[in-house]
Write a protein that binds this ligand. Structure first.
Ligand code: GLU
Length: 478
């Protein structure tokens, strides 16, 4: 039987990091087995499910590259089918009508609280003659759970997990208003969608017992279950916003690449030997449930940054230039010119070696498309009056070079420094400060080549003409 997995988010908020990981594991499992990955939007809570949240989930999955293989199923459109199955259970004697009033239920809860035991419906309508049903009460439908023995689940992550059946409640499957409850809907939908493997957070483990019973009573084959431990924050506490439990779009906006995110999410709970960097292709080849750990994974921003740096260095320069261009245009409020773009592209290989995120990358690329408006404090220190005067002289000399390429620029600058009996750094650091506004940048001769003769000389002359009283000396000199 071909593998069919699904991701079944409730669209009450963004696609958070835990949901994204669940989706990834289901997607990888399906791809590994040559099966399908389906999407089901569990939007039965009409008050809390919003179209914006649904869109955010679809966008987040698309951004992560986790494409689904059929149009999404919307649970809210299947309520009639769920009710039909509830009536089937009723007709077969596996469910019954319950006429308990709100007051009775409250009294049961109160009693349980007093006795310090879990709240459980006491089964008062389980075997009662329906002829005794009161006329003035609309019943709900409850499932007839086995009361003796125990139920064992063979979870593919948690192992064998057993509960006493006495703990299983005769849960409501169809409310008084005719709407189905969650554990019925999930079973019917998974069954109708042909789901073979349910992979989800271990907060659903207790539901799995109930769902397994519903399958059994219906005579349906249950899917295999795998409940993965939740993600914790770096401090070991449950993941919260403070820990990065934000929507994946926030990671996108902060400048993470989807492939880095995929690799990071994969390692957040799955391992294979000591592999850290696992391309998506490799992950599809290797992914299995044996590699999923039993204890909660801890979120680690430094690791995510390292992964992202790695994938940025590997990324194609044209793609990075597109992404940086988009960011710079938004930031600068103007379209980049063809020249701007050519410089970005030419400088991209040097720029991407240092950046951890696209945000860093765009920031560090700005000097290629506009003269630095401000010097960093360290760069400012480099531009003493003497240093500025030297840059003026250097500009005169470089104006004469026959060929504007980095090797030639480097040897000219070295000669120039030697002529003044100075180490290269004494010239190169002010040079860097004047050209980039910073003391950190790609190789300075590469920067000069990419900026081109005219722009480099203009920036050097502007620096030479300014003094060190706070004028950046890098303003537009046209
Ligand atoms: N809709 C549920 C949730 O978002 C998931 C249900 C399931 O995977 O079975 O937690």
């Amino acid at each position: 039987m071909s593998v069919v997995t699904r991701f079944a988010p409730s669209p009450t908020g963004y696609l958070h990091i835990g949901g994204a990981r669940t989706a990834l594991f289901n997607w990888l499992f399906a791809r590994h087995h040559g099966g399908s990955f389906l999407l089901r939007i569990e939007d039965t809570d009409r008050k809390r499910s919003t179209p914006e949240a649904i869109q955010a989930i679809l966008d987040g999955l698309k951004w992560l590259g986790l494409e689904w293989d059929a149009p999404p199923t919307y649970q809210s459109k299947r309520l009639e089918r769920h009710a039909e199955v509830a009536y089937q259970l009723l007709a077969d004697g596996n469910a019954y009508r319950c006429y308990a009033t709100q007051d009775e239920l409250e009294a049961m809860r109160e009693q349980a609280r007093k006795e310090g035991r879990p709240i459980k419906y006491d089964g008062r309508w389980r075997d009662r003659d329906p002829a005794e049903a009161p006329d003035d009460i609309t019943p709900c439908i409850r499932i007839r759970m086995p009361q003796d023995g125990s139920t064992t689940l063979n979870d593919r992550v948690q192992g064998e997990v057993t509960v006493d059946n006495a703990q299983l409640d005769d849960m409501v499957i169809l409310r008084q208003d005719g709407t189905p409850t969650y554990n019925l809907s999930v079973v019917v939908d998974d069954y109708d969608m042909g789901i073979t493997d349910v992979i989800r957070g271990d907060d659903h483990l207790t539901n799995a017992f109930k769902q397994a019973k519903v399958y059994a009573l219906l005579g349906w084959q249950a899917p295999a279950f795998a409940h993965i431990p939740l993600i914790h924050g770096p401090d070991g506490a449950k993941m919260s916003k403070r820990h990065g439990a934000v929507g994946v779009e926030t990671y996108r906006d902060q400048g993470y690449l989807p492939e880095a995110m995929r690799n990071y999410l994969l390692r957040l709970g799955w391992g294979h030997g000591d592999l850290e960097i696992v391309s998506t292709e490799k992950a599809i080849e290797l992914f299995d449930l044996d590699g999923v750990g039993k204890s909660a994974a801890r979120f680690d921003f430094d690791k995510l940054d390292n992964f992202n740096g790695h994938y940025m260095r590997q990324a194609d320069d044209t793609r990075l230039t597109d992404l940086v261009q988009e960011r710079l245009e938004a930031e600068l409020g103007r379209e980049l010119t063809g020249d701007d773009r050519s410089r970005l592209l030419a400088g991209m290989d040097g720029l991407k070696q240092r950046a951890k995120t696209l945000r860093d990358l765009s920031e560090s690329a700005q000097f290629y498309v506009q003269r630095p408006k401000q010097l960093t404090p360290k760069a400012d220190k480099q531009l003493s009056d003497d240093a500025r005067a030297r840059l003026g002289k250097l500009a005169e000399r470089l104006a004469e070079v026959s060929n504007w390429n980095q090797d030639l620029l480097e040897s000219e600058t070295r000669d120039f420094a030697e002529g003044l009996d100075l180490g290269l750094g004494k010239v190169a650091q002010p040079l860097r400060a004047a050209l980039t506004g910073s003391t950190v940048s790609p190789g300075i001769f590469e920067v000069m080549e990419v900026l081109g003769r005219q722009e480099t000389l203009a920036r050097l002359r502007a620096a030479a003409e300014a003094d060190d009283t706070g004028d950046t000396g890098t303003g537009d000199a046209d």
